[in-house]
Design a protein around this ligand. Structure first.
Ligand SMILES: Cc1ncc(COP(=O)(O)O)c(C=O)c1O
Length: 348
């Protein structure tokens, strides 16, 4: 078609995990939280809806930035709100990476990063994880026109983490910004948040989709030094977060006791899932996120994924050409995980 930029015509486009809108599935394929969010979220949204939606929202989501700043110990001007953390990743890529320049990412990791590079007409350089999911110095090697590096930490699909000391070392050696994508960090034992103050090239993105059980609300945010936020804010849509999501997200981040309780439940079920998979002969990677990456020394995994789907249990089958395939199973409730393990046991 003559209308589109060649890079758009040539790219396949990002395909999110299945979101069946009908039928009853045990849904363990897109790392959503199986529990309802803090009850304060619904109340805050209802109050805004009651007051009316005729006016545009606060373009910067100041109420959220203040509350999140208190919780995280940073000033509000270190925070940029986004329509999900995907919006943050888009803003950062658009602001930093131009046509024919380079974006670096580890492989296998979050597939969207490559799509974002393609949208810019930029190259995506994939640096293979080592077999133990660590990263070699290739990840911080100099390269002309390298403008941005993404690091999901914990990583998806593995659930593994690069320790903050190593992240700082990599960032110090890079000539461009490093975005540490902490979408899953609340389920982990450490974070790179404190590195943001140590090196202006380090930025950290967070999501309310996973640990706050708000994937449907669409809210994420970035923590970076204020001079970085100031430039990035020029790139976002004028009203990229709406009034309902600002209110819901502010109430959610305010309820840290809900967060702690929820994460403790997910972490306990994660252990149950990983142990159950190992008992069935799978190799389950030790995870710091709300999912577990499973491979099998002998069995082909695609038919297992398909049989699970036929019994209305959705997990994510991923096949990475330069790495191999696996089943990424999100942590559901104990009952959901027992149902999944039971179904697997009966079929292998
Ligand atoms: C590594 C990673 N980053 C970011 C996201 C996007 O999250 P959000 O719902 O905040 O856009 C996901 C979602 O699956 C993810 O896996």
């Amino acid at each position: 078609m003559p209308y589109f930029r060649p890079e758009i015509e040539q790219m396949a486009g990002y395909v999110p995990g299945e979101q069946p809108q009908a039928g009853k599935f045990i849904k363990l394929n897109t790392n959503e939280n199986p529990y309802p969010p803090s009850p304060a979220v619904g109340r805050a949204i209802a109050a805004v809806a009651e007051r009316g939606l005729a006016r545009y929202p606060d373009p910067l989501g100041t109420a959220f930035r203040r509350r999140a700043g208190d919780v995280l110990g940073v000033d509000p001007d270190w925070i940029l709100c986004g329509n999900g953390s995907d919006d943050i990743l888009t803003i950062v890529t658009r602001a930093l990476v131009g046509q024919h320049q380079w974006l670096r990412l580890p492989y296998p990791s979050y597939i969207l990063y490559k799509t974002l590079a393609q949208l810019q007409g930029a190259g995506a350089e994939e640096v293979l994880f080592e077999s133990d999911w660590s990263l070699s110095d290739k990840f911080c090697a100099a390269r002309d026109d390298l403008k941005l590096v993404f690091l999901p930490n914990p990583n998806s699909p593995s659930g593994t983490m690069i320790p903050p000391e190593r992240v700082l070392e990599l960032a110090d050696r890079l000539g461009c910004p490093l975005l540490v994508d902490e979408a899953y960090v609340d389920f982990a034992g450490c974070s790179c948040l404190s590195l943001v103050a140590q090196n202006e090239k380090i930025m950290v993105s967070r999501s309310l989709s996973k640990s706050y059980a708000l994937a449907g609300l669409r809210f994420g945010f970035l923590i970076a030094q204020p001079q970085m936020i100031e430039q990035l804010a020029k790139v976002k849509d004028s009203y990229n977060v709406d009034a309902l999501s600002i209110a819901g997200a502010t109430a959610a981040i305010d309820d840290q006791s809900w967060l702690a309780e929820n994460c403790a439940k997910i972490i306990a079920t994660r252990q149950r899932l990983a142990a159950g998979m190992r008992e069935l002969g799978f190799e389950a990677v030790e995870s710091q996120a709300n999912f577990v990456w499973n491979t099998h020394p002998e069995l082909p995994l695609k038919p297992i994924f398909e049989k699970l789907k036929a019994s209305r249990i959705l997990v994510r089958y991923m096949d990475y050409s330069a790495w191999g395939d696996g089943l990424r199973i999100s942590v559901g409730t104990d009952d959901q995980i027992d149902a999944c393990l039971g179904a697997l046991k009966s079929m292998i």
